[in-house]
Each structure stands twice: as C-alpha cells, then as structure tokens.
Design a protein around this ligand. Sequence first.
Ligand code: PLP
Length: 433
Amino acid sequence: MAVQTVAGSTASSTPAVDLGPAAALSCRECGERFELGPLFACASCFGPLEVAYDLPTGSPEELRKRIEAGPDNIWRYAPLLPVPADVAEKPNINPGFTKLVKADNLARELGVTGGLYVKDDSGNPTHSFKDRVVAIAVEAARAFGFTTLSCSSTGNLAGAVGAAAARAGLRSCVFIPHDLEQGKVVMAAVYGGELVGIEGNYDDVNRFCSELIGDPLGEGWGFVNVNLRPYYGEGSKTLAYEICEQLGWRLPDQIVIPIASGSQLTKIDKGLQELIKLGLVEDKPYKIFGAQAEGCSPVSAAFKAGHEVVRPQKPNTIAKSLAIGNPADGPYVLDIARRTGGAVEDVTDEQVVDAIKLLARTEGIFGETAGGVTLGVTKKLIEAGVIDPTLTTVVVNTGDGLKTLDAVSATSQATATIKPSLEAFRAAGLGTA
Ligand SMILES: *Cc1c(COP(=O)(O)O)cnc(C)c1O
C-alpha cells in the first residue's frame, strides 16, 4: 500500500484535511507517500517525512503578480505552503517579509564587491526566524485538532510557540535546557503558557519530548518540531522566497545560513529549487554555506573530514540557539553544501562576539549569537577565498541581540559616566571622536 488511508478517504483522492496545496507527506529516503497527518517518520524505513505538493500550474507571471498582491508577511506565499487558502484571515502571528538590507558598509570592510545583503529576521514578532516555522505548524495543529502546542527548544522556538499559541487560542507547554539566557527565558514565559526547564542540554530535552509524545500525557499535543516537523520545516522556505523576491525575483549567488538542527538550511534550498521549477526565477547555480560555532560543530567537522554521517558532539558555546549536538538534518546539510559547491565552517566564540559587533558597527543591526556565527563564518570564508567577493552574497541574521546580551555586555558599556555639566564632559575628553 503506497499511501496510508483513514476511514472515509482513499489514497488518491483529496486529503482529509485542508492544507492548501499540500498533497501528501513523502519520505525523503525511500519516497513512500503518506496521507497528511501528524507523522514525522516513514513507517517503512524511518526516514524523515516532508510535505509534497500540487504546486500551482498557471504562468510564472500570473503567480508572481498574485504573490506581489498578497499581504506583507509569509502568507503572500500561501500557494506554495501547507496552509489553507484563507490562512491570512485566521489568528496567527503573521511573521515574515523582514528586511533584506543592502550592507554596503559591511561589504566595504570585508572587500565584497558583488553585493552583500543581510536578511534580517530579528524583525519577526518574537525576534527570531522561528516565527516562520511556528506560524505554519499552528495551521497544521489546527487542521489536526491539537489543543496544546509544544516543542523542544534551544530558546527562540519556545518564545515563538508561546506567542503563536496565545494568539491562536491554544494552550502551550514548552521545554528548554535549564541554563538558557535570561532574554530567551523571559520571552518564552511572558506569553502565559507553561515553560519547563530541563536539567540537561537540548539533546536531552528532545529525547524527553519524544518520550512524552508516546505517553497519554502528551495526547492531543502538537510538538511543532517533532510530530509537526514536516509542516514546521516548510516555514523556512519563505526565507528563500523573500530573498529572491527582494532581489527582484533573482537567485543570489551565495547564501550563508546558521545550522542548529539543519532544518532551515535544507528548506531554504528546497524553496530555491521550487522557485526555479515554477519559473519564478532564472535557473542558475547558487552555493549554500552552513555556519556553526566551534563549540558545537558536528556538521562542520563532518564536512571538513569528508564524512557523510555526522558524529554527535556535546555542545559548549555561547551560541546557545545553535547548540544541537546531534542535528537531525545534518546529513542533508552535507549533501546540499557539496551539491551546490558550498561549504560548512565554524568559528570560535571570540569570533562570534567580534562579528556581532562588526555587524552592529557597520550596519546598525544588532544580531544574536547565531547572527555572529553566520557573519563570522562569512568573514572567515571570504578570507580563505572560499566565498567569492565578486558575487552576490546573502547572510541570514536569524535573531535579535537583545536576547543574548551577555555575549557582548562585558565590552559594550557606557563610554563614561559623568556629572551633568559641560565642564565634566570636557574634562573627560569626550565628544571629540
Ligand atoms: C533555531 C535557530 C537556528 C537554526 O535552526 P535549525 O533550523 O534547527 O537549523 C538559527 N538561528 C536561530 C537564532 C535559531 O533560533
């Protein structure tokens, strides 16, 4: 049997739930198809499932116009996402269409002449790219009748789930490693759901959530990055769509993306491939680069060693949002980096801090540690001659520096504290820079 069926529906007819153009789930390893549902692993080979579509047919011009006439958020791409057609009218956090900043000052500093852009996802409702993936997962949760929204999180996801659940009128109970940054903890707790700190690292949290899914306690729960993972992942495609639309419906030559589980990187590639297939952009080569912190660099280590499997690590880095030692999508990231002629690289925590300050100083953008990882790796790969400075390059800043203040607080303080008098100001030798 090629497709699992539920009572009252047949394998080849329309799915039992309305998730717009989403037609089925298909296994990334063996290709077997399953009816849309809260499934994440192939029943035959345990491979990860992803959403398969009946994509729009019409002309590219028609589709481009339809997208451009849509709302200024990810729902402008609803025809390419697993969401119902009326998604924009439902209570959701409506993320996306964040700024693509032409970073000319930074380009000058790094010697990039082909055009350097920062896709700044700190502008999302809860200040990270996670709002994109959660917004899609909320629609899947609604379609499957879940009443509680949950996740295992490295920090940003917990906040995005808390906010989206509050807005959608769902309960939320989210799980994080107990030792996260204050900014992440408060941003996750403020929305009023349950926030549970687990004594362990992210990989422990994730294992705990897998157990909870199999327990009666977890019944009716949609874990956005576990049993809703195929839908959740699709949210990251919108980064690819936006980057290309904002470049004037053009593929960039090089994109640098941070890696935690690797989901975002693999789905940005999927989004680019879809745009090519639909004729929305001209087909040409592009390179995808992955960025990790040295203290949690399982994918980078495998890339450099020429391995096809990723050996798990125990994370120890200030880039806590990327601290996944056993990344689910690691092998797919390796495939994409190698297929596109890109690379995966890592930087030290010190280089992360330097890169956060470089972006702030040159472009007025305060990124979180993940952003520092991505720009740090970009700089390193330009210096190594791996990223070509004469080509169009996009660096994805996935989160807001206000959530990871500790990374820079020691070296970012008031220049001086003085009495409120000109005399004191002059005496301190200030204002002459
Ligand atoms: C979660 C996260 C990522 C990476 O996500 P994956 O899809 O798991 O690789 C990158 N940046 C920030 C700020 C995040 O919170």
